[in-house]
Design a binder for this molecule. Sequence first.
Ligand code: SF4
Length: 389
Amino acid sequence: MDAGLKRELEAKVYAGERLSRSDGEALYASDDLAWLGRLAHHKRTELNGDRVMFNVNRHLNLTNVCSASCAYCSFQRKPGEKDAYTMRIEEAVAKAKEMEDEQLTELHIVNGLHPSLPWRYYPKVLRELKAALPDVKLKCFTATEVQWFEKISGRPASEILDELMDAGLESLTGGGAEIFDWEVRQHIVDHNTHWEDWSRIHRLAHEKGMKTPATMLYGHIEEPRHRVDHVMRLRELQDETGGFAVFIPLRYQHDFHDSQDGKVRNRLQERTTMAAPAESLKTFAVSRLMFDNVPHVKCFWVMHGLSVAQLTLNFGADDLDGSVVEYKITHDADSYGTPNTMHRDDLLELIWDAGFQPVERNTRYEVVREYDRAPSLAERRSEPQKVWA
Ligand code: SF4
């Protein structure tokens, strides 16, 4: 990058000025990863100090049966396939209750677009889960699922959200976003929820008082300009509603073979590699720098590996998801040795080891408990170091 442009961008960041689309594209074009990290870390520290938030949650996927066949997805099954499943409500409750002893604070529920499950099933599951675990917050359903509920119930999203909230819904999840630019989206997404409907549904959720996350699936066939465009759209919506609590870059997973039947379902496999760690760190840094109006940037460690997750904390991220437990959407295909579950103590150790102060939060980003600050580097290195997968 031209030295003059570099000085100009640096001055804008330190003055707290909003970065433009072309600034974002210029940042992606820079090969100076250490410089990007320094800028992003400045921004992250201004907003969140040396704190790293995490929560104790459990992911639940009620069904993997889906009417769509998104090109990157190895989770979905068609009705009748050998390992297609749909949980009975009691089964979902029993799985959720397994975590009761760990003081679970959140259930994160996303599912396939099941062609024949009735709409009534979904609020009913939420009611039963809430009755069984009244203190646990329910973060459920992508905007894509909400639009699917509109289709199967014949009711508008506003009524659907009202009923789900009445049943205990605390927040939508941030999924279904992938990359909004149609140039890319038409090749990867096989359902009808594009920017217009995704933003309509999150806007509605924000109007009803929810704080929601927003995600971006990166590292497949998109280019950096598509990532910048994605962030710009969300930033504009955030200016309007203020309802996004967190932005979550999700690394596309390449090496997808299903552990149960050995099939490769990911149709992007032939055309892509996945983002290398340096590209992931760059994506976190530029996202943090562009999003001057979203308080948190989260690293979903399952999709990045634990070592890279630690590094993202120095490249703009200040939030780690979570204890997770049984993440099926990409994890069945993970051949990189990343674990499926982190307990509270594991997360504390991971955060301290990276030099930050762990803060446990709930779904609304309210503090549940603040832990000690990280020991000094000298103290941390005086013990044999753990190698994080
Ligand atoms: S990403 Fe979601 S909607 Fe698309 S095929 Fe997979 S489960 Fe279905």
